[in-house]
Design a protein around this ligand. Structure first.
Ligand code: NAP
Length: 279
């Protein structure tokens, strides 16, 4: 095993992560030979665990909650989209260099447009959440040129900061970007994206009222698995089209795999296999 290129996902917790399964499936599909592990790090020990992995020959890493902000800080080079998000979920190692990228946003946009078949151009989009995930997806969502994007967050100031940082991009893409209160976000959006941790924390419904939906609204929760179910049920009950975060997870992984290995895997069979496993 030691001659294989080594990759890992870092998190706290990390045992639940499906990334090893997804990357092994990509490797088999594309004929690449690699090893991919889960690496838990203590909350104050991410840098030490990461540097030990790099010293041991690690080639790349995925980074999940809560280390995406620190991952960006540790990098020696940053992609424009990671810089804008101020968070990184993909690291590549080359000698002393640590290159940081953020593939969450392109992963979400591909899942919405290619997998769910919903072109974002000209749509009215509501994005809930201004944490690591919200920050990661905002730029690529703007680049998909919706007519309008409203960002709401439990803590208003965080949403306002994020909007300020993305103001120039929004104008360049011709998108009306604004913040609103979680309690008065607006009504009848075409696409509603829950990028908050409400489902992860066990919320029994959505953090916003059902008036954000209209019949056929695409309602995406970045969460997947049983904890996403209350949000998906809420969306379905109100006539929306529910979608969990599993497709985004596979798409963001494909973007990382392509950057590391120089070959883009097909995502559809991997997503179908994961959905079949989850029954
Ligand atoms: P984070 O950095 O901890 O941010 C959490 C966000 O959720 C903050 O905006 C927070 O608001 C908000 N929030 C927390 N509890 C809430 C509640 N009960 N009601 C309303 N808002 C609440 O976490 P994150 O990295 O952004 O992750 C958010 C979610 O996305 C998680 O469920 C994660 O699993 C999922 N995710 C999925 C993928 C994927 O590939 N599918 C990728 C990344 C993340 P405040 O600012 O007020 O604290």
């Amino acid at each position: 095993m030691t001659d294989l290129d080594r990759y890992a996902v870092f998190g706290h917790p990390v045992q639940h992560s499906l990334s090893p399964q997804i990357h092994q499936a990509f490797a088999e599909q594309t004929g690449q030979r690699l090893a991919y592990a889960r690496l838990w790090a203590p909350l104050d020990g991410f840098e030490a665990v990461l540097r030990a992995f790099v010293a041991g020959g690690g080639r790349g890493a995925n980074v999940t909650v809560p280390f995406k902000f620190e991952a960006l800080r540790l990098a020696t080079r940053r992609s424009a989209r990671a810089e804008l998000a101020q968070a990184a979920n993909v690291l590549s190692f080359d000698g002393e260099e640590i290159h940081a990228d953020n593939s969450d946003g392109v992963g979400l946009v591909r899942d919405i447009e290619a997998n769910a078949g919903c072109a974002l151009a000209g749509r009215r989009v509501l994005l809930i959440g201004a944490g690591g995930a919200g920050a990661g997806v905002l730029g690529p969502l703007l680049e998909a040129a919706p007519a309008e994007l409203t960002l709401v967050n439990r803590t208003d100031e965080r949403a306002q900061d994020l909007v300020l940082r993305h103001d120039e991009l929004a104008r360049g893409c011709g998108v009306r970007l604004r913040t609103a209160s979680l309690h008065a976000p607006g009504t009848a959006f075409d696409v509603v994206i829950n990028a908050s941790a409400s489902s992860l924390e066990g919320a029994t419904a959505s953090p916003v009222a059902e008036t954000v939906l209209r019949p056929g609204t695409l309602a995406v929760d970045l969460m997947y698995g049983p904890k996403a179910q209350p949000f998906l049920d809420w969306a379905q009950r109100h006539g929306a089209q529910p979608r969990d975060g599993l497709g985004m997870l596979v798409e963001q992984a494909a973007e990382a795999f392509a950057a590391w290995r120089g070959v883009r895997p097909q995502t559809a069979p991997v997503l179908a296999a994961l959905r079949a496993l989850k029954g």
